[in-house]
Design a protein around this ligand. Structure first.
Ligand code: NCD
Length: 318
């Protein structure tokens, strides 16, 4: 169903297609040998023009667990971009060597551009402060697994009635933009955005996506004030690399720190997500709290990327 498709932003796949992917990911998680050699002989190009740990490693792990192989680069300094090669040419080359391309690039819109020059599927692993759709697949699978009914077919039941709190750098944090856009398609949930005024979510998310879809949301500067209402708390780091000056970053970087004392005021069944890397925004003491789900979330990311790769590469039955 998804064979040959690009994934540039969360709206590229329908709600039903996402449900299929989550079911496939859950099957991969529970049945150890399932799809083990399904991508033998296939190649994945991982082109990372920006730093990454989880996303790149989890794509590589996913492809290798499917029996396939990976090639690529982890920093632009080792690619011909430093010689002045255009993105279009780099993509044409990668598309002639590999069966699919995963790309992270600091420029908003780079993945969409890449998809126009590629004869093989392109997966956006982050384009500047814009979108990061495979992190969203990771986040949604985590919510389904931790808040949904075991064995449920659809994500919708797990998210209905939830209050989702997004906290931190909502301006530059692409994971929040993608997550919000994806969740706006499910009825019955609401958002609380918690950020300093300078780091509010962009209008194209609040006005362009949420208001247009009739989704309830509110904005506040205080985490303490709203913590008790939240079911899913999505913490994010302040995105240093997207600031124009270091002084602003230093002033804003510790705006929110989730610690044990704050956790004592949150719901007992709240879950805490974070795309990682964490800097200071979650105290290490929170890691031992059963509601801290960010390391489990990283693992779900690998399963859902396996499901995604098998699907776009046209593995029969996926
Ligand atoms: C995120 C990203 O790159 O946007 N990381 C990730 O992919 N897990 C979040 C971040 O860097 O803060």
């Amino acid at each position: 169903m998804l064979a040959g498709r690009h994934l540039i932003e969360p709206g590229d796949f329908s709600v039903d297609e996402m449900d299929e992917l989550f079911l496939l990911a859950e099957r991969i998680e529970t049945e150890e040998a399932y799809l083990r050699d399904a991508c033998r002989g296939r190649l994945l190009a991982t082109l990372f023009f920006e730093p990454s740990t989880r996303t790149r490693l989890s794509f590589e792990a996913a492809m290798m667990r499917l029996g396939g192989s990976c090639l690529g680069f982890a920093e632009p300094g080792s690619s011909s971009a430093v010689k002045g090669e255009s993105l279009a040419d780099t993509i044409r080359m990668a598309a002639s060597y590999a069966d699919a391309i995963v790309m992270r690039n600091p420029k908003e819109g780079a993945a969409l551009l890449a998809s126009r020059y590629s004869g093989v599927p392109v997966i956006n692993a982050g384009d500047g402060g814009h979108h990061h759709p495979t992190q969203t697949l990771t986040d949604l699978l985590t919510i389904k697994r931790l808040r949904g009914r075991p064995g449920a077919k659809a994500l919708s039941g797990a998210v209905e009635g939830l209050t989702v709190g997004c906290c931190g750098d909502l301006k530059f944090g692409r994971t929040v933009h993608s997550l919000t856009k994806a969740l706006s398609r499910y009825p019955g949930l609401r958002f609380i955005f918690i950020s300093p005024p300078e780091l509010r979510a962009p209008d194209y998310i609040t006005q362009g996506v949420l208001a247009r879809a009739g989704v309830e949301y509110r904005e506040t500067g205080s985490l303490e004030e709203v913590l008790g209402e939240i079911d899913v708390l999505y913490m994010t780091r302040v995105q240093r690399e997207r600031f124009f000056n270091e002084e602003d970053y230093i002033r804003l970087k510790d705006s929110y720190i989730l610690d044990g004392e704050k956790m004592s005021r949150a719901k007992r069944d709240m879950i805490v997500l974070h795309p990682l890397p964490r800097v200071n925004e979650i105290a290490v003491e929170v890691d031992d709290d059963g509601r801290a789900a960010y390391f489990r979330q990283a693992k779900y990311g690998m399963y859902v990327r396996m499901a995604l790769l098998a699907s776009i590469l046209g593995v029969p039955g996926c």
